[in-house]
Design a protein around this ligand. Structure first.
Ligand code: PLP
Length: 398
């Protein structure tokens, strides 16, 4: 019997980054020595004081539903964190906590966009952005970026694509997949254009604490023009808390209320234990965060040097996150030993996995032909070993 699924299922694509993680896990289960540069999460464990807060939460009975938009205690911790960082005080009715930044983004898109709307997304984009927009009924409108300028917006391309149906714009600096950190000037320009055109700006600041070469400026401090701003942050990457599933949004109370209405009918509330652990994370010792950041910075340099030592590979230094986004286009249209021509980076990434047992992620999947994404959220030794293996496989191409 064929099961009739909804049209929505056909409209959205599965997360291929999660598929790559699953492929790596399946190979490991078979005993293959796989090196995984596909990971999108810190390899460090959650700091112990945060784990302890989670354990205490369970013991103390925080095992029930919480208010739909998050516990007051966590909203107050978020207020403190943001006020310390930006000097701006957000009222609790301007804050909503969700089950991860992914839910925050998805609910924000559903609250704001609908059929007939277009939403600007910069390419290369995090794989989920176009899907959030599509799920809301709106249409993603892709705009180019400048690879040699930390993948900042190509403002010429943006002005060519101006269209009255544009309702919003999604930005993400530091970026997944490129690691690019946009200059304050570029972000201010986005805010000005958005204000002039009456667009909503959704700023995904998931990687806010992972900026290596300068002080990060929160978008809240750049919005002098007063564009309609929705800022999304996450506990996942900063505090190595990907599995605890907590993200949060600051926005106008009307938007927060609309998001709470949708969230209340989908997941009721964010995870109670994760919320208690997040209070400890935001208000507690930030030492482990600086330690992790220091390690990431060292590994960034190692991976950068190793990648640039490969023939025909061009890699710029990303300013943030834990991803390198090198250009491997000189290896496209080359032939494998079995006579297969590598047409795109999906083929190249498969070839590297099959021959070197190294997981990379195809840039084609992020809207960037010829690029691969490699995560440096792994040890220096693994980075060196993995790039050596890739080099050997590349040398065998005709
Ligand atoms: N935004 C970006 C750019 C990401 O890379 C991720 C995770 O990979 C998220 C948001 C969502 O993170 P989480 O749902 O774990 O908070």
């Amino acid at each position: 019997m064929s099961i009739a699924l909804s049209k929505l299922v056909d409209k959205i694509k599965p997360s291929f980054t999660l598929e790559m993680t699953a492929r790596a896990a399946a190979l490991r289960e078979k005993g293959v020595d796989v090196i995984n540069f596909g990971v999108g999460e810190p390899d460090f464990n959650t700091p112990s004081h945060i784990i302890e807060a989670g354990q205490n939460a369970i013991q103390d009975g925080y095992t029930k539903y919480t208010p739909g938009s998050g516990m007051l205690e966590l909203k107050e911790a978020i207020q403190t964190k943001i006020e310390n960082m930006t000097g701006i005080f957000y009222d609790t009715n301007q804050i909503i906590v969700s089950n991860g930044g992914k839910q925050s983004l998805s609910v924000a898109c559903q609250a704001l966009f609908e059929d007939g709307d277009k939403v600007i997304i910069f390419s290369p984009y995090w794989v989920s952005f176009p899907e959030f927009v599509t799920l809301s009924g709106a249409e993603p409108l892709l705009v180019d970026t400048l690879p040699k300028k930390q993948f900042e917006p190509d403002f010429d391309d943006l002005s060519e694509k101006l269209d009255p149906s544009i309702k919003g714009i999604i930005i993400n600096s530091p970026s997944n997949p490129t690691g690019g950190v946009w200059s304050d000037e570029a972000i201010i320009k986005i805010l000005e254009i958005s204000k002039a055109n009456n667009w909503v700006v959704i700023s995904d600041e998931t990687y806010e604490e992972l900026v290596y070469d300068r002080q990060f400026t929160a978008i809240d401090n750049l919005n002098d023009v007063g564009a309609e701003l929705i800022t999304i942050r996450s506990m996942s990457k900063t505090y190595a808390m990907t599995g605890w599933r907590i993200g949060y949004t600051t926005a106008d109370p009307v938007i927060v209320k609309a998001m709470s209405k949708i969230q209340g009918q989908t997941t009721s509330c964010p995870n109670a234990i994760g919320q208690k652990a997040s209070v400890a994370a935001l208000l507690g010792d930030q030492g482990p965060i600086s330690e992790m950041k220091k390690k990431f910075k060292e590994r960034r340099q190692i991976m950068f040097d190793e990648l640039n030592s490969l023939d025909g590979v061009d890699c710029d230094m990303p300013g943030g996150a834990f991803y390198m986004f090198p250009d491997f286009s000189s290896y496209l249209n080359r032939q494998t030993k079995d006579g297969k021509i590598l047409q795109d980076t999906f083929d190249l990434s498969d070839y590297i996995l099959d021959t070197a047992n190294v997981v990379t992620v195809a840039g084609d999947g992020f809207g960037a032909k010829g690029y691969l994404r490699l995560s440096f959220a792994t040890s220096a030794e693994i980075i060196k070993n993995g790039i050596k293996r890739i080099e050997k496989s590349l040398k065998e191409l005709k």
